[in-house]
Ligand binder design. Structure first.
Ligand code: FES
Length: 110
């Protein structure tokens, strides 16, 4: 895990853009928050590693085709919009962050 500082625009330079892959999880620590970066349909997305259900570490879960499964109770979330997919009767959402690619880097605003 890599520690970084925010720039003047409030975005933290997290990692090199080519370090973030479809179906992969790149975990960074920004201002004390553990953030997961991945790509979905070509776009970088960033979300908190803390599961919104009961705070398990989502970086220990499984991510496949834009869906992340929590290792604790198997809840599943859509990383594209943060919505819960399973179980369908719950209302939890991923904490997502603004993210951009600039100058060959991935930048995240918390
Ligand atoms: S802590 Fe993630 S599903 Fe319960």
């Amino acid at each position: 895990m890599k520690k970084v500082k925010a720039g003047d625009d409030g975005f933290y330079t997290a990692v090199a853009a080519d370090a973030v892959h479809e179906n992969g999880m790149t975990t960074v620590k920004l201002a004390g928050k553990k953030v997961i970066l991945t790509r979905w349909q070509g776009r970088v997305v960033a979300f908190s590693a803390i599961c919104p259900h009961a705070a398990a570490d989502l970086s220990q879960g499984e991510l496949h085709r834009g869906k992340i499964r929590c290792p604790e109770h198997d809840y599943k979330f859509d990383v594209g919009n943060g919505r819960i997919l399973f179980p369908p009767d719950e209302m939890y959402c991923l904490q997502r962050y603004a993210v951009k690619e600039e100058g060959g880097s991935v930048k995240v605003r918390l």
